[in-house]
Write a protein of this length. Structure first.
Length: 157
């Protein structure tokens, strides 16, 4: 079995054929094939044959299939400063791509057409309903009359 180290999304991954894992989001849709050309090392799993790149191995690509494009769970980040009543909460849903390694080596697997494209005649077109907006009338409020404060008089002694 072949192993390889690929670089994508600023990270390095040790991969084998048939392996499924998540990487930083890359362009492509579900079912498309992608090729990683930044292969840092290629070898067998027993370590008998190994080829290191300087920085990449020339002419070697790792071919993979995109299984999923999705978002991670929300990560909450809290900024807090004690004794000053300052706090701020941020949320982030990181995008990722789940891939499956199909081949390690030269040209590898032929490019596969996306399987998600179906004939439009299979399903009737959905009808879109127009939404009517209701405008609430705001009642005009009477201005509140403020009473003048009564000034106290002080006597001089």
């Amino acid at each position: 079995m072949k192993i390889a180290v690929i670089k994508t999304g600023g990270k390095q991954y040790l991969v084998t054929e048939g392996m499924q894992f998540k990487i930083e989001k890359i362009k492509g849709e579900k079912g498309e094939m992608v090729a990683f050309d930044k292969v840092l090392m290629v070898g067998d799993d027993k370590g008998k044959e190994m080829e290191l790149g300087q920085p990449v191995v020339a002419g070697v690509k790792v071919h993979a299939e995109i299984l999923l494009q999705a978002h991670e769970r929300t990560v909450r980040v809290v900024k807090y400063k004690a004794k000053t009543r300052q706090h701020k909460v941020y949320g982030n849903r990181q995008q990722y791509t789940k891939i499956k390694i199909m081949a390690i080596g030269g040209d590898g697997v032929a490019k596969k057409a996306p399987t998600s494209a179906k004939a439009p005649a299979d399903k009737p077109a959905k009808k879109t309903e127009e939404k009517t907006e209701t405008v609430k009338k705001t009642e005009t409020k009477k201005p509140v009359l403020k009473k003048e404060a009564v000034k106290k008089t002080t006597t001089k002694k």
